[in-house]
Ligand binder design. Structure first.
Ligand code: NCD
Length: 307
């Protein structure tokens, strides 16, 4: 038997804590087991990716399983083969699950409706990026010494999610998990990059100004400006973006006692962050990547019901 992970809501009551506990065991770099020996994963990556693809690929191998990349340029998708026929081919070849990244919101759900194979969402359009959010939440829990199996594990923790919220699947999955754990979230960004906070969770608010948005929070989560999802010419209309929303040393210091500065990567250096933020010990992007690699191992075991 196996499960799918299309949305953070698929985790059920115990999924997050189970994956969190297993991730802690798998965290040491190079940790490897044979728990999924003999299984084969297909990585259907229809959009650019470095961290997520490498994390899933290394996760599969570190679990004793195989991983085959199916991308747009070198598969028959380039010849016009439909996603449905591609999926049928993956199933007939004998793959055990499909990990999918797509620029189109909802494609993982569509694949799930078409096939009997477990589907793992590696980021779909502006909709969800569950495995990024799971790894980030595990990192926060570890940093603040919170137990994910406790009800309201993030009680009293406050987060600001800053930047291109509207186009961010990471923000949607992350805010949903934080809200579920009892933390509170402020979405911060220019009006054209914000979204209705009520759609993100009960304890989610929004503000347009950076300084009050990040004042007094425990965690600042910076987002990449996703120029590939902006309409033609739209970026030019954000002429003063850096002036108003870029995080630098002074703004971080003025915000109070922030404990963690996070970013899912890739960073537009000099746009959402200055280089000096990279040098700050609170900047956790590399730790997020490290956690992300171990998290994908635990996620694959969870999906294959070996946890
Ligand atoms: C994110 C993504 O692709 O959604 N990156 C990632 O997976 N670490 C965020 C982004 O591209 O800005």
């Amino acid at each position: 038997m196996a499960r799918s992970l299309v949305s953070v809501s698929d985790l059920g009551r115990d999924g997050l804590a189970t994956i969190g506990g297993r991730t802690a065991q798998l965290l040491p770099a190079g940790a490897a087991t044979q728990s999924l020996a003999g299984l084969q994963f297909a990585g259907l990556f229809l959009e650019a990716s470095t961290r997520t693809r490498l994390a899933f690929e290394s996760a599969a191998r570190r679990l004793g399983a195989g991983f085959s990349l199916v991308d747009r340029g070198s598969s028959s998708i380039a010849k016009g083969e439909s996603f449905r026929d591609t999926l049928d081919t993956l199933q007939a070849t004998g793959f055990d699950a499909v990990i999918v990244r797509s620029p189109w919101s909802g494609l993982p759900l569509q694949l799930l409706a078409w096939s009997g194979l477990p589907i793992v969402n590696a980021g779909d359009g502006t909709r969800e990026h569950p495995t990024q959010a799971i790894g980030d939440v595990i990192l926060v829990a570890q940093h603040f010494k919170r137990e994910l199996d406790a009800g309201n594990a993030f009680d009293g923790l406050t987060f600001a999610i800053v930047g291109d919220v509207k186009h961010s699947r990471v923000a949607r999955s992350l805010a949903a998990l934080i809200d579920r754990l009892g933390g509170s979230v402020r979405l911060v960004g220019p009006p054209a990059m914000l979204a209705d906070p009520r759609a993100f969770g009960a304890r989610v608010g929004a503000t347009e100004e950076l300084a009050p948005g990040i004042a007094g929070v425990d965690v600042v989560y910076m987002l990449r400006v996703q120029r590939e999802r902006l309409a033609e010419g739209e970026w030019a209309s954000f002429g003063s973006y850096q002036e108003r929303y870029q995080l630098n040393r002074e703004r971080l210091a003025a915000a109070g006692d922030i404990q963690l500065v996070m970013h899912p990567g890739p960073v537009n250096r000099g746009v959402e962050l200055t280089d000096e933020i990279f040098a700050d010990s609170r900047f956790a992007a590399s730790r997020q990547v490290e956690m992300g690699a171990a998290t994908r191992m635990a996620v694959l075991e969870w999906v294959m019901e070996r946890l």
